[in-house]
Design a protein around this ligand. Sequence first.
Ligand code: NDP
Ligand code: HSE
Length: 436
Amino acid sequence: MNPIRIALLGAGTVASGVVKVLERNQEELRRRAGRGMEVVAVAARDPEKARKALGNRSPITQDFMALATRPDIDIVVELMGGIEPARQLVLAAIAAGKHVVTANKALLALHGNAIFAAAQEHGVMVAFEAAVAGGIPIIKALREGLAANRIEWVAGIINGTTNFILSEMRSKGLDFDTVLREAQRLGYAEADPTFDIEGIDAAHKITLLCAIAFGVPVQFDKVYIEGITKLQGADIRYAEQLGYRIKLLGITRRTPAGIELRVHPTLIPATRLLANVEGAMNAVVVQGDAVGATLYYGKGAGAEPTASSVIADLVDVTRLHTADPEHRVPHLAFQPGALADTPILPMDSIHTAYYLRIHVRDEAGVLAEITHILAENQMSIDALLQRPSGENDQHTDVILLTHETEESRMNNAQDRIQALDSVLAPIVRLRKEELR
Ligand code: NDP
Ligand code: HSE
């Protein structure tokens, strides 16, 4: 049988990994997919740079649209990133009857519903394993391996850049900017690294996991997002003294009232496997009602790990492209007509536990005032530390861990504590999850 014909849009980090792995493993891939896979052309805006990145193998064009819709192409692989022109190219490829493989989580988080609907209409597949957690086959696991389960929650370290930064800051005491530059040099960071450090990239990914886990549309506009840029070294150290590590987690959880969907720095017990995921590694825990907790761990970024997922999608599409579209795995795991309208909860309705660092005047009665306010809001304390702030003998840091409560109660209590005369600086508040 003739090889399946692939067009690559973009010739950067991931594209170079795809070309390399396709070439290195071509014989093995042919045996898996049942036919060969050939990159027949690449679209890049700078052909010279692309030739260097890819090793001058396939013809290079600057006309992205012509390649995305060329009649002899079977699969268009979008590895440009960003929203436009990627969105128009993907939609044009779908309209021209091409299957699409993409690693573009930003595009799918914002426009996934329209893209999947267009793919459904034209009977083609849009595969996106590489869009979440790089080389970890988490989409496949959630959509197929765990299909028997009612998923209860998903929590993951799904941004390699921020995990790398947090790990290096904690273990080597390096500063934020130095580590960020190193993550960029290693090819982990997005073209705009604010997407990584402000939690937006993780939010794109958890939005996709949420849709697949619970059978709801993709709803990026409903995610609560807090990145790591305001995190201070003092809190990383205090958390450690209390037996916790701070990780940027994407969390989505089914509750009787709706679905929680959030990204924020989170204290997790240092003994949890997730707390020990270091460097650019990613890990996702999925809690299903039948299987219990399962953990997926691996490289979340980089040329070849990401290529591993892109090529797994290419193998899937090659195997299935002649199958009846009605009998393929649905894009969002649930049949398109069976998506639920379960609401995404506003942030003040979520339930979690908290870490508070309160910089106070060191005098009698201050702690009593704080604990009184927490008690009035039906919040109970799990652990407490008091540490000299180092700046002034009469000032001290009070560090509190609470038990789980509704965020609205915490907001109310925090506002009242902040207003006390004895509280001398803005309270630092982080969320804490036991992940039981
Ligand atoms: P790169 O920036 O390394 O490569 C992107 C490629 O697309 C470059 O060839 C770039 O051209 C081209 N490109 C970008 N924007 C345009 C545009 N507007 N018009 C024409 N060409 C364009 O990105 P990556 O390979 O790292 O990422 C590709 C995709 O994979 C992104 O969606 C990313 O989020 C995703 N991803 C990346 C991972 C990683 O580890 N890097 C991991 C998982 C997913 P030029 O060189 O001229 O800028
Ligand atoms: N910038 C992303 C990260 C790449 O650091 O995880 C993988 O999606």
